[in-house]
Design a protein around this ligand. Sequence first.
Ligand SMILES: Nc1ncnc2c1ncn2[C@@H]1O[C@H](COP(=O)(O)OP(=O)(O)O)[C@@H](O)[C@H]1O
Ligand SMILES: O=P(O)(O)OC[C@H]1O[C@](O)(COP(=O)(O)O)[C@@H](O)[C@@H]1O
Ligand SMILES: [Mg+2]
Length: 529
Amino acid sequence: MASISHAITTTTNPYFNLPHQTQTPSSILTLSHSNSRRVFKNVGVFAEHRNSSSTSIDFNDPDWKFKFQQDFESRFRLPHITDIFPDSPPIPSTFCLRMRTPIGKDIPGHYTLDEEWNGYINNNDRVLLKTINYSSPKSAGAECIDPDCTWVEQWVHRAGPREKIYYKPEDVKAAIVTCGGLCPGLNDVIRQIVITLEIYGVKKIVGIPFGYRGFSDKELTEVPLSRKVVQNIHLSGGSLLGVSRGGPGVSDIVDSLEDRGINMLFVLGGNGTHAGANAIHNECCKRRLKVSVIGVPKTIDNDILLMDKTFGFDTAVEEAQRAINSAYIEAHSAYHGIGVVKLMGRSSGFIAMQASLSSGQVDICLIPEVPFNLHGPHGVLRHLQYLLEMKGSAVVCVAEGAGQNLLQNTNAKDASGNIVFGDIGVYIQQETKKYFKEIGVHADVKYIDPTYMIRACRANASDGILCTVLGQNAVHGAFAGYSGISVGICNTHYAYFPIPEVISHPRLVDPNSRMWHRCLTSTGQPDFI
Ligand SMILES: Nc1ncnc2c1ncn2[C@@H]1O[C@H](COP(=O)(O)OP(=O)(O)O)[C@@H](O)[C@H]1O
Ligand SMILES: O=P(O)(O)OC[C@H]1O[C@](O)(COP(=O)(O)O)[C@@H](O)[C@@H]1O
Ligand SMILES: [Mg+2]
């Protein structure tokens, strides 16, 4: 309901002051949320930054912000091989862009065609991690550090080629391994890593087959990689090297690295794989091995912290919306049709949320982060009945990890230790059929499970670019001497992160975020509690 109130807007920069009714009459129209049924939970909680150091901050200390930033800087410091080998000499980079020096040397302010310009990243370059200044902890999606939601700058390390490198290309044996489930773009990243390594001058490049398992299984042999081998692999989905879950322990993997003489390891995988990569890095440090371990986050679930998105996610959403479209057409063409689509998303509902948003054909979106009831006056089934009455058909999009409390716990785990979920899609399908039968209303329920179809496809253009940049930056990070790091996109820039910071917990959809609110606005669904 709209209500009249008197308010004064405050703004610090007159040039960016948005025109507003407050600037003419003194009374303005503000939107009251008194009608809203939504409960805004966790207001003021910084979703991605919950950590022991920041929760122990004494905000009465006038220096708290300075101390927080110091702590942040040390947490985001990138492990470097000079931590173990302080005398390791830096050498001039063999990755050279000088042939591509900008022309127009006579134009003032432009670099000249001499030593000055080379296209390298300065080690002190930083990327701003958070770009919104929330003026109130009650702002939708506010991620706050202190109770007043004060602006605190948080900087992470910019990714890219450095002027000095810590490996002679002729001494490098690089290996690539792809672990976990499939994800669109794996081949694009493999390809770009190989191409960039070759540009640095590396000759020994191998692929480890079938994830970490390839380090221990004697029947699996290394795959020699070169530009020629990888030239066209991005034209198809999957992974040239194969993937797997489970596999040997960290100690066995590092034994294998030693035996094979591998000193650069590129690990493509999700949070499990990254936990493994970090453990491999730590073990190499313990054994005093000069090895760079670099992670490239791979997961259609998009559940890695601090990044705009992970590669393959966009493609998965695009494919998922095709399935939703089919469900919509089926439902819309049937008398009292209901389409149910189950999408991946173990603990995070990003695919379901984004696919619902992009398709615009979903009436009910269910994700693991938001509890719901199926039965009862506010349950999903009652709303489906309402939708059939009002519009004759309905589409439900459910993430695989949603509503697990409604199912029997199987206690089963996969080879990597991930919980095997009950099938929420099948359950919703069955319960829906039962419900409408019981109330004597005809309902034609169609269930679509496109799970493996959405991750086995080739990367789309946007993911193709992301993969290319991530692959290149992974190699730059290794040559720069970093280890135990991961590369990601952050506010459209590329950054390196210490692995523990991006996997401390799975990234989740924040039910207070604007994106989830937008999804709810789009579906028009109520709360199901
Ligand atoms: N905490 C961990 N420490 C070491 N290795 C791990 C850990 N969790 C998973 N792994 C290994 O990482 C690989 C991939 O993990 P998984 O959870 O299946 O996929 P993802 O990396 O996509 O999350 C598996 O080979 C698994 O054994
Ligand atoms: O059947 P699989 O291969 O275990 O994969 C299923 C899992 O793969 C995923 O798509 C991605 O998981 P990972 O990021 O761990 O590879 C999950 O959403 C899903 O639970
Ligand atoms: Mg995982």
